[in-house]
Every structure is written in structure tokens, then in C-alpha cells.
Design a protein around this ligand. Structure first.
Ligand SMILES: [Zn+2]
Length: 214
């Protein structure tokens, strides 16, 4: 990197193109995944990401409703074997994650594991497809920028922004129904050479999905 580009605080939007493979962790999730891809395919393309829906993984019987760390790893490895091509894999599972987070990122496999565990208790009025779309965006941006790390952008203040931290799971309802990118977050994305307008447009469509079931 030369001095000139290093000194820039705002860069031109990157032209890197990413491919996101969405994998339903059970046949029951296939329809919500299809809804998310159908609605978000075009806005994602404008944000330089192609969405591909894969055949679901066979439903596995687990000993409990929550995955252990070992079971999570096995699921991620299975998805990696299913879609070995270059790209980012997003698996959706009905089971809970071992620490009750919404998602985990496995960088060695370029794979995010998304949990919709107890969604009917967290946000019963909001379409599951909106949550899937939100996580697709949050993790999918990694496919077009290797420096991007959503954890470093999350803020504790709840503003209805894509990057609200949501320590209480139910507070995700606010961001899904607001569909906004706050001003500082837009600035951070631009500094990463990410197109905040295109990303904001994707998140607005996530909001449309969320509100469609009200
Ligand atoms: Zn923000």
C-alpha cells in the first residue's frame, strides 16, 4: 500500500464481488431461506454479493435442543463439505448455540452458523426470513472485505441500526423493524471502502420482510 492510499480516510467503494451460500440446517427452514433469497437477491447484487440457496442439510437428531461446541464444529464441517467452492457459507439451524448467541463465525471455514432457536419467543410477530436476511448481511460483508469484522462495529446504544449490539435478544426487533444504518456506522463502512448506500438498501429490504408478517 502506498503512502497516498494509506492516508485516505474515505475510500472509493470496493468492486470486490462475493458469493454467499445460504444453507438451511433442516427442511423446515427451507421456506424461510427461500423467502429471504427471493426478496434480497437483487439488493444484495447491487451491494456486490450474489446469494445462492443450497439444498438443506439432512436433519440430525441431537441429544438436546442446544448444540454443543463439538456439534457446532461438525455442522460447520458438513456445510464446508457441501459447498467447497470459494465463498461464504451461512448455515441456519433451529438448535441453540452453546452460549445462546444468535450466530458464530468460523473463519477457517468462511462459515457463519446462525441460530433461530426460540424465534417464536424472541420476535413472534416478525418473519423469520427477515432475521435470516439480517444475518446474511451482517456476515456476508466479510465476503467483499477481509478487514470487516461486525463485532468491532457493534454499538451498545440501541438506535434501530444494523449494528445495535442487542444484549437482550428481544431487542433485535427494533433493528429489524427500523432497517437503518446510523450516521457513524455509515462512516465506518465508507472507511472500509464498503458502499453504505447499497448496504443500507439491503437492510431496508430486510425491514420490508420483517414488516410483511405484521
Ligand atoms: Zn450504527
Amino acid at each position: 500500500m502506498d503512502k497516498k492510499s494509506f492516508s485516505k480516510t474515505r475510500q472509493e467503494p470496493s468492486q470486490v464481488h462475493g458469493t454467499l451460500f445460504l444453507i438451511a440446517g433442516s427442511p423446515l427452514l427451507q421456506e424461510s431461506c427461500e423467502d429471504a433469497v427471493r426478496t434480497l437477491e437483487q439488493p444484495f447484487l447491487k451491494a456486490n454479493m450474489t446469494l445462492k440457496l443450497c439444498q438443506g442439510l439432512p436433519s440430525r437428531s441431537g441429544s438436546s435442543s442446544v448444540l454443543t461446541e463439538v456439534e457446532e464444529h461438525a455442522l460447520v464441517e458438513e456445510a464446508y463439505g457441501l459447498v467447497p467452492s470459494v465463498g461464504t457459507r451461512i448455515i441456519v439451524t433451529e438448535r441453540g448455540l452453546y452460549n445462546n448467541w444468535f450466530s458464530h463465525w468460523y473463519s477457517a471455514y468462511s462459515t457463519a452458523l446462525i441460530s433461530v432457536f426460540e424465534w417464536e419467543k424472541i420476535a413472534p410477530q416478525l418473519a423469520l426470513s427477515s432475521f435470516i436476511g439480517y444475518e446474511l448481511l451482517l456476515h456476508g460483508l466479510r465476503s467483499i472485505n477481509r478487514v470487516y469484522e461486525p463485532g468491532s462495529l457493534l454499538h451498545r446504544e440501541s438506535k434501530g441500526c444494523l449494528f445495535d449490539f442487542c444484549p437482550d435478544k428481544k431487542s433485535i426487533m427494533l433493528k429489524l423493524q427500523s432497517g437503518v444504518l446510523c450516521r457513524p456506522c455509515r462512516g465506518h463502512l465508507r472507511q472500509l471502502a464498503l458502499n453504505d448506500n447499497a448496504i443500507g438498501a439491503v437492510f431496508e429490504e430486510v425491514r420490508t420482510l420483517a414488516l410483511s408478517s405484521l
